[in-house]
Every structure is written in structure tokens, then in C-alpha cells.
Design a binder for this molecule. Sequence first.
Ligand code: ADP
Ligand code: MG
Ligand code: MG
Length: 900
Amino acid sequence: KKYVYFFGGKRAEGRADMKELLGGKGANLAEMVNIGLPVPAGFTITTEVCTAYYKNNKKYPKELEPQVKQALAKVEKIMGAKFGDKKNPLLVSVRSGARASMPGMMETILNVGLNNETREALIQKTGNPRFVYDSHRRLIQMYSDVVMEKAAGIEPEEGKGVRQQLEKELHKMKEARGYKSDTDLTAEDLKELIEIYKEKVKEVLGKPFPENPMDQLWGAIGAVFQSWMGKRAISYRRIEGIPDDWGTAVNVQSMVFGNMGDTSATGVAFTRNPATGENYFYGEWLPNAQGEDVVAGIRTPNPINEVGKSEHTKDQVSLEKGMPKTYAQLHKIQRLLEKHYKDMLDIEFTIQEGNLYMLQCRVGKRNGPAAVKMALDMYKEKLITKEEAVMRVQPSQLDELLHPIIDPKAELTANVMVKGLPAGPGGAAGQIVFTANDAVAWAKEGKRVILVREETNPEDIEGMRAAQAILTARGGMTSHAALVARGWGKCCIVGAGAIKINLEEKTLTVGDITLKEGDWITLNGTKGNVYVGELPMIKAAEENPDFQAFMKLCDDVRKLKVRTNADTPEDALRARAFGAEGIGLFRTEHMFYGKNSEEPLFILRKMIHSKTKDERINALNELFPYVLRDVKGTLEAMDGFPVTFRTLDPPLHEFVPNRQDEREKLAQALGISIEELNERADSLHENNPMMGHRGVRLGITYPEITEMQVRAIFQATAELMKEGKKPYPEIMIPVTCHVNEIKHQYQLVSKIHDEVASQFGLKKIPHLTGTMIEIPRAALTADKIAEAAQFFSFGTNDLTQMGFGFSRDDIGGFLPEYLEKKILPEDPFQSIDQEGVGKLMKIAVEGGRATRPDLKIGICGEHGGEPKSVEFCHKIGLNYVSCSPFRVPIARLAAAQAAV
Ligand code: ADP
Ligand code: MG
Ligand code: MG
């Protein structure tokens, strides 16, 4: 079996589409070689080895060693140097590379192959002893930490790790010699330091540092595989939903050196700006630096070109100015890469003495606004098709656009406390915390927090997740914090250099302002501004022209209609602005709540506490004008689109007032004693109200309630027709389980229709009468029910509740544990259970359409705005989904993606 894939020279054995086997990094390195870019030669050990390693008690398949040897020989031939050779040594990096990118989560070790012998040869070869000693000491630092300590499972006390101990030695030496910075260390100093390091490693870890290059190589390979099961990698996978059994690949690649002097450099760039989506080459670089210096945020890097400069970085030297020739070459390569991959890429490069090498490329992470802009631009540039454009934005990214920004009016008058780099746009306000653990703990208590760090590292991942936003004092736009925040669409500001953090006292200082833990700050991640205190937020998406244009693309592609759940004319108008094509659920009972006037609710209560039919009809007549007004307003707001009115649904006891004074008022209005009223209220009590006297059952026992509602609907419609409007009501009967229920209500509806029509001199008032499918029996007998129902709408909340037999209001007691123990893969109230509840839906669709081929079918449960559920609805042939107004854009996108 082939476990090792070579890349280098002009040809690679792998390709970009082999990510599963080679990991993202390995596959893309191979692809870059194949399209002729300068990539240092190397080879990739497949993800299958990782899986086999963990299955087989951490042992490699036996074919691995000879295959590695063979590939290494090929690399040596191309590079004209030999790994471990005492005259002409080759050095390599050992790099992790999972299928999905996990920035900074896994280990990479540079300069593997250095020891006292090989380094002398390298000094001869390069004539640059300082650089060689520096590389050697970096190897010992990295290797002893990653391979000898972490991978070996040693967990030292806080601050006692081998890395910190070595750093201490470095400081000691600097202090003794009166040096300020690392670069003051001479070649001789470094040589001495290396020996001190080796002593220290032996002392701390009880093992000598491996001198044999082959031992180093296999140790490093093992460490990469170990890091797949490292704590922080596991926790990252949990958050991102990456399965454990994917495994990582390992890339072994010849080293190139960005730290060989002033004509050497290293950098990270994006083919477009990942924070805004703007189409210009964007990135950062550091002269005379190696490896992760840019990403780690140890030094704040320089902008790559002149357009990328901000007020913040205007005094720094760009690569464009500093090394114009190399920059031109890099610029050409990034254009080529974007054309080849047809997407925005994130690239890593190193320049060794003026020669450019590509070390990585991958599709770049981006936030929501940037994703939308780039999809739209690339479609306009004819780089991608409409369908591809639609697939480029994840529903959760679209969600970011619907997220708040600071109210510009409030921001105008606020004083900027400090400025940083705008790494993740949008606004956020929260209380300051200084550690990831505190962020998690405070967030658990329901507090909104902003995580403030010197710089973030992969251990902070859960705290970053829990925080509203992230603020760092150091690091650039490609630092860890920026990368992660962008991936999540979180507000983030990095490199706010004026901030001084005191971790012990949990305070931060900027000039003469000092803030402590728990103080409020507000971030504008689009501008990079930080403000003291809490500023108000507003939503901004509707005004964004890119957003509107992108939604239009989605509308062109999708087949499903998208409606909204709305109960008031105001909600209806908002949903129209978000692109809703009608209302899929108008809950008639909701219009009695939350109004300026208590009157309608009071009359409704009177109706509910009526005993005789006459009493009830009186109350209903009183209620009529209110219902008419709201129904009419909503139909008018949705002019030209259908509005589905659900007849009264909840059990009546929900409307019984609890307060004594309200009960007394009610008794008075009904002309009965308070005792009598209490008695009537008590008689409404049910043991299991969700399955009690509700929905259509009310419509059958108290037909006058349905009559009043339907009359209001028809009268409103007739009035609007007379005004030249195009109202289109759909009357929906809830909680149906038997066709006879619909037949009964249908007759009622027809009778009222005829009355109102003749009253207005109309032949017909356009409408449909249909039912909700939310009881399993209804789904199973849908063929029968369709004899009387003209449309179906799935009430998937109740269908899930009754399908599972889970009381929606009581799942808190067991569902979390069900999910944790993987009894259920997912919360069925969030995403439709396709296997079970979905099967009921399929049966209902088939049954219904067998009887009535043109049956209109939709969904109005919570699931109607959840992307996976929307896709399912598309697949089983629904006509529309309906969801809350703010979910409408997400449903439009999900529906478009389902259609691609
Ligand atoms: P990550 O997956 O965390 O980005 P990488 O494997 O890309 O880790 O390694 C981190 C950095 O190390 C790279 O960005 C690059 O600068 C440096 N690096 C890796 N391999 C080499 C190499 N062969 N030559 C020079 N630098 C390298
Ligand atoms: Mg990298
Ligand atoms: Mg229901």
C-alpha cells in the first residue's frame, strides 16, 4: 500500500483533490508543484497512517519506513544535499496537515536534522555561522517542547515546562552580557547557549537531546501524529464538528530559510482582503525571520504592499518597496493561484536570499461580509457561476451580516480609547476578562465578556468562543486571534499596541486610563476602535447593497418559496424587507398580547370564561373589530402574497388571568361572582394541556370561535379587494388528527364565505382552507385528509414532540445527556429528525399528493429557518418554508444551496 507521496521538482504524486488522503496542506503543496510554482521538495505521509497508528496501538504500518527512505532519497537528489550528511546536509521541516485546516492547533517542527556535526557543514556551505547556530537553538527549543515533552505526555507544572526553562537560560545569558534583544546574541553566544540548552534538556526531561538526524526525523513525525489527539486539537474539533477519525497527514519538506539576513524574509498573505472581501492582494511579512514568527504574533509584521497600509502601519516598510522584484513575482503567483483555484486563497511564503518559495496555500477563511462580497465579485468577474457563488457563503456567515454594529450616532460622540487592527468586523460590547478560563466561566453565568489578551494562542480557543469579542495587544491581521475570530465571524481587534496588560492585578492601562476586570468596553471591529463603556448596537444588513445583490442571486437559483411567521402588520413589513414571500403562520392568538391596549385580551378572557353560547357570542362580537383590524393590516402589508391564518390553537387555560384583581374585573364584566369565575377558571384546568382541549377541538366544540375568526378574515379580504388590493388568505386548521375534523371546519368556512361574499356583492373571495400536519396520525392518513384539506403545513415542533413523545417544555431534564451520550445525534427540535419525523413528512407528502396532485405543502415549525432542515424540505418536494423574519435571508440561501 502506498503511504508516502512525493512532491518537488516539476512533478508531484498528489493533487489538490486528494485532501482526504494527503490532508489540505499536502494536497495543495502537490498542486502548486504541478502548476510549476517554486516549492521546496518533500513528501507527504498519508492520513491513513495516522488512522492505522491509532488503531494499531501507536505502531506504524511496516511499509512506512522503506517508503519514507525512498522518498527522502528523491528529495535529496533534487536538493543536491543529503539528510544527516556531514559535508552537505539537508534540513527538513516536519509539518502537520489535516483535511480541514485547524490553524495553530497542531505541531510543526523546523530545522530537523541539525546537530553539532551537520551544523559545521552548513556553516561552511552558507558562510553564515550566526544563522546556523540560531536555527540549531530553535530546533532544540521546539523539539524538546513538542516531541520530548508534549508528545511524550509529560505534563509539567505551570511555568516549569522545558520551553520556559530554556527561555530562562536565554534571558540569563542576555542579562549577564547586557543585551537588550535576541539579535544582540553573537554566533559564539548562541553556540554556548546550545550546549547549555542540551544540559538543561537532560536535566529537566531526564533524557539527552537526540543527536542522530534520523531519530530526530522519526521523533518529529511521531509528535505530529500525537498532536492529533492533543487536548487543544480535540477541543477545536469539537467546536468545528471535525470527526476524530479523519486523522492528520505529515509533510516532510526541505527547509528554506527566511532568517539568513536582510534579503531573506517570511510572510503570510491573502489573494483578497479576508476581512472585507475587497479585491486586492493583502498580507504581512517580516524581514530576516523564520517560520511562525508572523502567525505567532511575536513581532508585529509589516504590510505586504502600499495599498494594504493603514494609518496604523503607514511608517512600516512594505515588501513592495523593500524587495520590489520578489514582490512582483509573488504578486504574479497569487493571481495565478486565484485563477487556478477560483477562490480567495491564504498563502505562506519564504524568501531565502532573494529567492521566493511557496510553502502553503489553501482556501482562505473569511467572515460573512467578505464571503458575500467575494462571491458576488467573483461571479461578476466570471470566475465562478451563479450556482458556485451561492455555495460560497455559509448560512451561518450570512447570519453575521444580520448581526449588530455600533449605533453610528452613539459612536460619533464616543472617545476612542485605543486603536488596533480591524481583524473581525461588526460591533460588540462586554465586560473585560483577561483569561480564557474566566471568559468561559463568566459566559456560563450569562455575562457578555470581551477577552483581552497580550496575544492569543491555541489554548485560548474555548474562551475565545465564549467571548463576544477578542482584543489583543500584539499580533497582526494573520495572527492566531485574527484567524480564529474571522473563521467564526466574531468581532476582533488585534495589535492594539498601546494597551499594557497586568495579568496579576487583572487590569489594563492605556495612557492614563486604567480598566479592571469586569469593566465594560465596546469594540468596533470594522474600524479597529475600542471605546470605554457600553455603546448601543443596531442591525445593518438591510442597507448593505452587497447583501441585497447576493440575495437576488439566491432567489434566482432556489425553487422553494420562503415565507415568514408573523403575527402583526409590523412584523409582516419587516419580513417583507428581508424578502419574505408571504406569511406561513399567523398565530391568531398572538394578536391579543403585547399590544398597547389591554382591551382585546380582556375581551378574549371574557369569551373564554363564558358559560353559555350567548355569553360567548357577545364576547366574540366585541372581539371582532380588533381581529378584523389586525387581519386586514397584515393582509395589506403582504399585498399580493399569501397569508396563512391559523385558527385559535392553544388550550384555553393559557388565557386565564392569575392575578386576583384581574379576576375581579373579569367577574364584574361578566356580571358573575368571583367564586363563580374562579370555578369556571378551575374547570379549564387540564392535566396534559398540550394534548388537551385545543386547536381544531375548540373549533368543533365552540364553532362560533372559528366563525368569528373566519368572518374577520373574509371581511378584511373583501374590503381590501374593494380597495383594489390583492389579498390572499389561507385558513389553516391546527392539531388535526382525522379528516372529519377538517370536513366539519370546511363546511363552516364555506358557509361564512358565502355569507360575506354576498354581503359584499362578490361571487367569490379567493382563499384556501387547509390544515397543519403536526400529529402523527394526520401524517399517516394524509391521503384521507387531503380529501378535505386544500393545503398542508407541517408543524414540525409538535410533530417532533408527538413523534418522539418528548414534551417540548420538559426536555431540559434529559436531552442534554442524550446528546452527550450520543443517544441522539442532534437536538430534534433544532434540526428535523430526517429518519423518523422526516419519514412521517414524506408519507404525508406522498399521501396528500396522491389524492390531490397539486396540493400546496409548506412547513411553519421552527425548523423552517434551519439550513439542514430547509434542504430536507426541498428534497421531499415542499413548496415553501416559513420562519421568523430574521431567519428569512438564511432560509433563502439554504433553499438556493439545496437547489444546486
Ligand atoms: P500551520 O499548519 O500551523 O500553519 P505550518 O506547517 O504551515 O504550520 O508551519 C508553520 C510555518 O513554519 C510556516 O508558515 C512556515 O513559515 C514555516 N515552515 C514550515 N516548513 C518550512 C520549510 N520547509 N521551510 C521554511 N519554513 C517552513
Ligand atoms: Mg501554515
Ligand atoms: Mg402546534
